[in-house]
Ligand binder design. Structure first.
Ligand code: SF4
Length: 366
């Protein structure tokens, strides 16, 4: 709960600050509905700097809704490789197909209709409607929840849907005429760059410095109030980097569930000893020549944490491979087989570069 706070007083200083501090971002250059939509989906759970190269490549390859709607799944997943949360891109494609079938190929300039598209929630519908179409609706993400909670001194739990809805309602009342897109982007920008999520906020650079309740009351560390999410389930896994002279062994994941439809380095539950690994590999019908333990690695998903150990396994040249797996050259894997970033620690040992980012050198030569 908070004492009454007139949100109108926030608008002018915020817009003035944004007009001189807005970052130059690729999707801001031509804020078409399609570009805004794709960028907002990519930015969910992902840092701006990481998104930039993905966004540019995605737009080069799939410049419009029609090309997205027709894109084969493996190509689409490959474009998303390394960004994680792959359902985002599957939903993008499904929504693109709906837009072609039901909206004449244009994203609807209507908040409620946008909300009905697969993968578009209140925040994304608000962002597309306001930024691309100038429709006066709010777009409340984690950044906005944080800055508004702080400036108004509100200690309501921002994990509650009712709190988000109330904030959307309050902000809708003060969106300045003709500036919905700038207002929403300015709020997000302030949260991303000044009233930051980790570490101390840069209050001396904040346009609300002299009206912020959290600051005046010395409660910045307490706000926003955020109830803890459920603890993640820990899964121990052993990852196998199995290769012969030229090819590596890959396995396609099931069509449902975690990392659905992506390819992976074969792995199994539990932490296996070298002897157990040898038995496992032989059971696959392969002949291991050398088995080398690799360092442990960790990957965090939203509800699960993988604690992995790995083995690099050199096998005799093979013609046969286990039924549900395939042998692919590293080059072909890099081009055509989307592999989740969970395996990136081990992929370097195969000289396999996943996603977009800095390449690491293979510390082994096997
Ligand atoms: Fe955040 Fe500080 Fe600005 Fe308050 S004054 S909104 S705490 S950056």
């Amino acid at each position: 709960m908070r004492e009454p706070f007139d949100l109108n007083q926030l608008v002018s200083p915020l817009l003035e600050w944004f007009s001189s501090h807005a970052r130059v971002l690729p999707w801001r250059e031509q804020p078409t509905p399609y570009r805004v939509w794709v960028s907002e989906i990519m930015l969910q759970q992902t840092r701006v700097e990481a998104v930039k190269p993905y966004f540019n490549r995605f737009m080069d390859r799939l410049p419009d809704i029609a090309s997205l709607a027709e894109c084969p799944e493996d190509v689409l997943l490959k474009l998303w490789e390394g960004l994680g949360y792959y359902n985002r891109v599957r939903n993008l494609k499904e929504a693109a197909q709906t837009v072609i079938a039901e909206h004449g190929g244009e994203l609807p300039a209507d908040y409620e209709k946008l909300l009905k598209l697969k993968g578009i929630g209140h925040y994304t519908a608000g962002a597309v409607a306001s930024i691309a179409y100038g429709i006066p609706v709010p777009a409340v993400d984690g950044n906005v929840l944080r800055v508004i909670s702080r400036v108004t001194g509100d200690d309501a739990d921002i994990m509650k849907a009712s709190v988000r809805t109330a904030m959307e309602h309050d902000l809708a009342e003060v969106i300045p005429e003709g500036q919905a897109g700038a207002f929403n982007q300015a709020l997000m920008e302030l949260g991303a760059c000044v009233c930051v999520p980790n570490g101390a906020p840069l209050c001396d650079q904040c346009p609300w410095n002299n009206m912020c309740r959290a600051k005046a009351q010395g409660r910045i560390d307490e706000l926003p109030v955020k109830s803890k999410a459920k603890a993640r389930r820990i899964e121990k896994r052993t990852v196998f980097l199995i290769r012969d002279e030229e090819k590596v062994l890959l396995r396609k994941r099931p069509e449902q569930g975690l990392l659905a439809g992506l390819y992976e380095l074969p792995n199994t539950l539990g932490h296996l000893s070298p002897e157990q690994v040898e038995a496992y590999v032989k059971e696959l019908g392969l002949s291991p020549l050398r088995i080398l333990p690799l360092e442990p690695a960790k990957h965090i998903f939203s509800h699960i944490e993988w604690q992995m150990i790995g083995y690099a396994i050199r096998i005799d040249e093979t013609v046969e491979h286990p039924e549900d797996m395939l042998f692919v050259s590293v080059e072909d894997t890099e081009k055509n087989y989307p592999i989740p970033a969970a395996f990136s620690r081990y992929a370097v040992y195969l000289n396999l570069h996943l996603g977009i980012g800095e390449e690491e050198k293979n510390p082994l030569n096997m």
